[in-house]
Design a protein around this ligand. Structure first.
Ligand code: 8OZ
Length: 368
């Protein structure tokens, strides 16, 4: 079996190690949801990751749900992302763009013209977001009509074209954490009576349409998908049969020949085992129809657990989130079993360089 430090072919992407930087929302984009030089510096510092997955990036203006998150729908955003990807590539790294539509996890103040956000349902989530005014409850959504859905598929298609034009090595479709695509998947949220609600096949229909469209544009071997079968975040109550739902979804995705599937195990950012779920069985469903399909895992991995996970063959690679916030040189630290900087939670979402680009390399002192 390979180790965490061995190379891995992730679809068309050659990763020099199996340590992935997970997508991390940091809320530091400039007005117009445009990436900036500070963001480029942050990603460059972390370019020794086998692969960087960008922070979640909205595919359209209505896909935004939080203050100062970047987009990939305007020419200005694409041009700015190009400087980020060029800098990462110049530093020897690889980066894919995480494509995001928040659905109902948004607020009217972040929506064009102050209109309602959209979802599979008209029921509001019991969740908060951060806006210009601070933490606020999310707004009640408008339930999308079936005739609205091709427009959102087109937004994902266009965002994928933009990501490629911006120099990304690929894209990851965000189908996790209670956002739009998960709002279609789960029967705890999706209350539709049309072809996009009810049965498992119907609830998977829209996410699969989106992923298929993205893979058509980017190439399946440059397309990943992130899933969180049991996370409760953003008011995503448990599905009545998560094993059947995700088994069906993964069975539909496998024949597409995607670069990777990215599984958040347990509660995003929290308990890995609060709800039992057989990830190994899900992986078996996947690789039966996509032999060699890369299986990426995430959530609360320690060095020891990551080493064991790859060496035992339970997954092909491991994505680290918070450890990459505090440790730009995480790969070297894991390789040599060096101590880790603790990330500062107060600077996770928004602000400047502090708690973003000022974490020291091993053996260096932090600038004051
Ligand atoms: C934390 C804060 C805001 C957004 C996710 C994109 O959970 C996020 C996110 C995380 O996937």
């Amino acid at each position: 079996m390979p180790t965490l430090f061995d190379p891995l072919k992730i679809g068309a992407i050659e990763a020099p190690n199996r340590i992935v930087m997970a997508p991390l929302t940091r809320n530091r984009a400039a007005p117009g949801q445009v990436p900036n030089a500070l963001m480029a510096e942050y990603y460059v510092q972390r370019a020794s990751a086998g692969l960087i997955v960008s922070e979640a990036t909205q595919v359209s203006v209505s896909g935004q749900g939080y203050l100062d998150t970047p987009g990939i729908h305007s020419a200005e955003q694409v041009a700015a992302w190009r400087t980020v990807t060029a800098a990462v590539h110049g530093a020897g790294g690889r980066i894919v763009c995480q494509l995001w539509h928040v659905g109902r996890i948004s607020h009217v103040s972040l929506q064009p013209g102050g209109i309602a956000p959209v979802s599979s349902t008209a029921r509001a989530a019991d969740a908060k977001t951060f806006t210009r005014a601070g933490f606020e409850p999310v707004s009640a959504p408008r339930a999308l009509a079936a005739t609205d859905l091709p427009g959102i598929v087109e937004d994902f298609r266009a965002a994928t074209r933009h990501a490629l034009a911006a120099g990304f090595d690929g894209v990851e479709v965000h189908a996790a954490n209670g956002y739009l695509l998960e709002q279609f998947l789960r029967d705890s949220i999706n209350d539709r009576t049309d072809a996009y609600g009810g049965t498992i096949a119907n609830r998977c229909r829209f996410p699969v349409e989106v992923i298929r469209a993205v893979a058509e544009v980017a190439g399946a071997d440059r397309t990943g998908v992130r899933l969180s079968p049991v996370t409760p975040v953003n008011d995503a109550a448990q599905d009545s049969d998560a094993a059947a739902l995700y088994g069906h979804l993964v069975g539909e995705l496998a024949p597409l020949g995607l670069a990777y599937l990215h599984l958040i195990e347990g509660t995003t950012g929290g308990d890995r085992a609060r709800v039992p779920f057989d990830y190994a069985a899900l992986r078996s469903v996947y690789v039966a129809r996509h032999p060699g399909g890369v299986w990426m895992v995430n959530n609360g991995y320690t060095r020891a657990l990551a080493l064991d996970t790859v060496e035992s063959g339970r997954a092909d690679c491991v994505a680290f989130g918070r450890p990459f916030i505090g440790n730009p040189d995480l790969v070297e630290r894991l390789r040599h079993d060096l101590p880790l900087n603790a990330p500062e939670t107060a600077t996770f979402y928004g602000g400047g360089a502090r708690g973003y680009t000022d974490y020291p390399l091993h053996g260096a002192a932090r600038a004051t």
